[in-house]
Every structure is written in structure tokens, then in C-alpha cells.
Design a protein around this ligand. Sequence first.
Ligand SMILES: Nc1ncnc2c1ncn2[C@@H]1O[C@H](COP(=O)(O)OP(=O)(O)OP(=O)(O)O)[C@@H](O)[C@H]1O
Length: 207
Amino acid sequence: MTFSVTDLACRRGQITVLRGVAFDVAPGEALVLRGPNGAGKTTLLRTLAGLTPPVEGDVNPDVCAYAAHADGLKGQLTVAENLTFWARIFGCSDITPAVAAFDLGPLMNRRAADLSAGQKRLTSLARLPLTGRRIWLLDEPTVSLDTANVALFGRAVAGHLAGGGSAILATHIDLGLPETRTLDVARFAASLHPTAKVDDPFAEALE
Ligand SMILES: Nc1ncnc2c1ncn2[C@@H]1O[C@H](COP(=O)(O)OP(=O)(O)OP(=O)(O)O)[C@@H](O)[C@H]1O
């Protein structure tokens, strides 16, 4: 099913950053968000992920899996424990394919806190397939990855697309994905002004 967004307005803190955001992403397709620093790429991804409620319009976070800037691993747990914990949250019974796809076998018994930055990033990204979600939201996912692991991650995303999933990503790196379109987020820049009303204090705490 095509993932569609219409007339979405997004905020960071009290500021409306984007207005009138509209796009479609078909199954098997990747949409790369473009725009200069501060244009609102992270803001849009956070809104789609449900971390910040939209100012206007609707989102569907239940079909999305979000890989943010932060790795979000539990440092005292091993790689295997981190992935198993995540898999259980999403009702996934087998982490083996994700471990293989992200080449994490040799790291399974290492504490997340003891991993290198690139190893942490790979472990974090390996959680995406465990969610079973069809829309992957990726914010600069290749930060800290070396060339070989950028290629490995590109294959993982391509596999997700081949299975009928979609990806919306902010990246400056060419992942070599087959069906890719771009969206210039700067087109949707809102004149900066306070939103009339912020009615979700919990979301504010997550900013
Ligand atoms: N916590 C915050 N509170 C208020 N404004 C913020 C907050 N975080 C970011 N902003 C502002 O929101 C706007 C959009 O930022 P955002 O991080 O979405 O841009 P971006 O396109 O992802 O940028 P970059 O390419 O630098 O990562 C910027 O003007 C930024 O300064």
C-alpha cells in the first residue's frame, strides 16, 4: 500500500518548521529527503515517527520504524540481548536473519557500551528488520559506518524494498538503492512563528 502524506505541518519545540508537506512513497520505493542544514529533514522524520505531534495533518507511526541520530542501545546489555529485547517488543521470534544481514555474529556477546561507534550504529540499524514495520525512517543512518558497512546497509535497505517495504531517509550518501526519488524539504519551509497551541506536554519532553 502506498504511504501518503498530505498537508502536514511539523514543529520543533514551539516553532512550526514545515507546512503543506505532501508526498507518496510506493512499496519498493525509497524517498531521499534533501535540503540544507536546518531545512527540517529531522523534524519531518520525527513527526512521521510519532515523536512530535503534527501541527496540522495526520501521521501513521504504527507502520514506521525510526532510526534516529542516537543509537539508543542499552550499554550494559550485549548485542544479542539488545536485539532480543527489541525483537520481543515487536513480536519477532527470530533475530538470526538480522544478525546475518548486518554481519553481527562476531559481536553477539559484546556489551553494547564496549562497541566502536560504527559497531554501535550497525547494531542499532539491525533493529529495523526486527520491527516488521514496512516504512523505514532513516536519519543519516550511515554516520560512523565505513565503506564496506555502508554497502552492507545499502543491501539491507534494498532487501527491505524488494520485500515490498519503503524507506524515507535523510542522507548525503548514495546507498545504491534501485528505486529512489528525492523530496526537497526546503519547499515546505514555514515562516517561523510560534504554534497557536501545543497540547501534548509529553511530546515536548522528548524534544
Ligand atoms: N529542539 C529544538 N527546538 C527548537 N528548534 C529546533 C530544535 N531542534 C532543531 N530546531 C530547529 O528546527 C529547524 C529544523 O531542524 P532539523 O534538525 O529538522 O533540520 P535538518 O534539515 O535535519 O538539518 P541538518 O541537515 O543540519 O541535520 C532548524 O531551524 C533548527 O534550528
